[in-house]
Design a protein around this ligand. Sequence first.
Ligand code: P5A
Ligand code: ZN
Length: 497
Amino acid sequence: MPISNASLLYLQIKIAGDFMKEKEKEATLPDKKDFSEWYNELLQVAEIMDVRYPVKGLYVWYPFGFAIRKNVYNIIRELLDTDHMETMFPLLIPEQEFMKEAEHIKGFEDEVYWVTHGGTSLLDVKLALRPTSETAIYPMYKLWVRSHADLPLKLYQVVNTFRYETKHTRPLIRLREITSFKEAHTVHATWEEAAKQVNEAISIYTEFYRRLAVPVLASKRPDWDKFPGADYTIAVDALMPDGKTLQVGTAHHLGDNFARTFDIKYENPAGEQIYANQTCYGISERSIAALISIHGDNKGLVLPPEVAPIQIVVIPIVFKDSSEVIEACEKVSELLQKDGIRTKLDLSDDRPGAKYYKWEMKGVPLRLEIGPRDLKNNVAVLVRRDTGEKQQVPIDKIVHKVHELLKSIHQNLFEKAVTDLQSRIFTCSSLEDAKDKLSAGISLLPWCGEKKCGLQIEEKIGAGILGIPTEQKESQNVQCPVCGRDASVKVYVAKKY
Ligand code: P5A
Ligand code: ZN
């Protein structure tokens, strides 16, 4: 039947309309060079977090974002479960417990939310919403730790914590309700064993971030920036695209400071009561902020396969009714799914272009297309999200090839991120030089170790000292840029989130 002019016109308008709609959608993500806008928009468009919840600093996980979270936290659980046990402590901490450790209080008192009422009655004892759980957990550790045979004790929990942050709040980065606070708390017989555990924690975090394809830098924080109540703090930082660093994990040596406060003692083999040594270490959803920011591009998310809720999307390329193509797609999807690959078969009414756009935005690592001609040749087309590279693969080799490509995508994302990080660490000798490099990344600057000079460095450069790299070769013939004395170490200096 011939098409009338009117329906032809209708069709043309419809196609143009669809095209425009798609362009409009595509135009919603700002260029990644405008990192802050790109980040905020991406969280919404890719359905990670909804920022419209009516309390400042509190955000809502979209189910898709939460699926990423689940995969990310499975990794940290897997790594910890080898020699930690998972537990769960209450959210509310009585005032007397919270107020026991002087340094700890000083560090947190401005950030604590207090529960003062039960219904309409004033509570006898104010209750703190945990900003972190030392003061919830350690009174119980006092009861649980009796003898040297109880040590080491290594527990962790994944909980929400509340901090009344006064710095600019941002989704996943600085929250007032941290929804995904993974905190580990360990108890040891000696200071040395606790120190070993801190190193072990940093190794675990480094491995965790490698699994997210995010390289991190470990450094010992200067004394004025350590955790309130700790002997020392080692942190891992990631470098964000805008040149600022994000502290994505910390491990603290608590010495016996908290043990003395909370009376955590064990009996040694000689029958003496000894104060225990403790560590604690934590990460949060900042881990997800880092992985999204570092890998994403102008088309949206780029997810490392291990954490991608959908690892491959299968799209039939059908122009007219083509049940054979759809059947082939169904068969391939089933095979992939059976082999443990998280597969999505997209049979929606959208045009292929709209589907590409949608799944690219969602960061799906691989796309598989089958059209009528491919089917005739018994092949499918695989497209990588990270490089855009396309290749034809015989249908009977798909499963094997997909596994191989997923591995290769992870490798590529990590290598790219490592190269980028290394290219943005600058060895500097003067304050001016370090200041110049700040917008690009991190400076390595000599420092004599004196607090006065450290604070001067921070003030004059307008940035923060991250700390002394944990793996650092002795520096020779370098001078502190403030006092001119010999400096035995170099420190990372950067703009911090
Ligand atoms: C270690 C775990 C602690 O609280 N107590 C138990 C110790 N350390 S910390 O450095 O204060 O926090 C651990 C990590 O949590 C992240 N983080 C945050 N993430 C999002 N929003 C926040 N407001 C926030 N505050 C801290 C950081 O990655 C930090 O290293
Ligand atoms: Zn100095």
